[in-house]
Design a protein around this ligand. Structure first.
Ligand code: BTN
Length: 237
């Protein structure tokens, strides 16, 4: 595992993001990782709860990148790439991970992982949940696991691969900036022109995927022209 990470393991915790936040406020250094076997108060995006029984990977990383806060949103795409690499390492060769804006990782159209980025003072907490053995069945979207796709993984093995891929993409981000990350993300997402619907807080907006703006905002071509969506989600189906 990459030397830039120090892992603090818990059998059970409320939320690894909350614990990482607490450590960050105490001054925990870049690369501090909180890993738990189970969460009792796992949190997802848009105030959803995150299904967190034993058998899956739950971790949160304290990042102090030294970059301006305006670049923080780029980390969400970088995290999605690291998770997609991990999933593809664990699954049979022919199965690909697909990315859905802003940072969902899908396998065969079903969500296999979630990413939650939070700012704490000058640190970013990057929380990642990866369904290894268990997936919730009561969600509005389809879900899946590594094992359901004939993948082979221990949770700790998945964690080590993920941290290695994260170290790799962080290093490339520092050296080459966002454009190559954006390019790799686009290669694993919808083709430009695909019909999608996006929820940006109000009514869902239908349109055609027009790629990502330089800062990672979703570009959607609608009947009213091109829209730039900075927060929200692309709806399933
Ligand atoms: C999403 O809604 O897609 C994001 C889910 C993020 C879940 C992870 S699990 C580890 C970390 N701790 C949390 O409470 N949430 C994140």
């Amino acid at each position: 595992m990459s030397k830039q990470f120090t892992v603090w393991h818990h059998d059970q915790i409320g939320s690894t993001n909350d614990e990482a936040r607490r450590l960050a406020l105490e001054g925990a250094p870049h690369g501090t990782v909180v890993h738990a076997d189970e969460q009792t108060a796992g949190r997802g995006r848009l105030s959803h709860t995150w299904f967190s029984p034993p058998g899956n990977l739950y971790l949160s990383i304290v990042l102090r990148t030294g970059q301006p806060a305006s670049r923080s949103s780029e980390l969400s795409f970088l995290a999605a790439l690291a998770v997609a690499d991990t999933v593809e390492t664990l699954l049979p060769r022919q199965i690909r991970a697909m990315l859905k804006w802003p940072n969902d990782v899908l396998v065969n159209g079903a969500k296999i992982a979630g990413i939650l980025l939070e700012q704490v003072d000058d640190a970013i907490i990057m929380g990642i949940g990866l369904n290894v053995l268990e997936a919730p069945s009561n969600t509005a979207y389809k879900t899946t696991t590594v094992v359901a796709n004939a993948g082979i993984a221990t949770v700790d093995g998945a964690r080590d691969i993920l941290l290695d891929r994260l170290a790799y993409h962080l290093s490339s981000w520092h050296t080459d900036g966002f454009p190559p990350i954006r390019e790799q993300w686009l290669n694993r997402s919808y083709p430009v022109g695909a019909a999608i619907r996006a929820n940006a807080g109000g009514q869902p907006v239908a349109g055609h995927f027009a790629g990502l703006d330089d800062d990672g905002a979703l570009l959607l071509d609608t009947n009213q022209g091109r829209q730039r969506i900075v927060a929200g989600e692309v709806l399933p189906g």
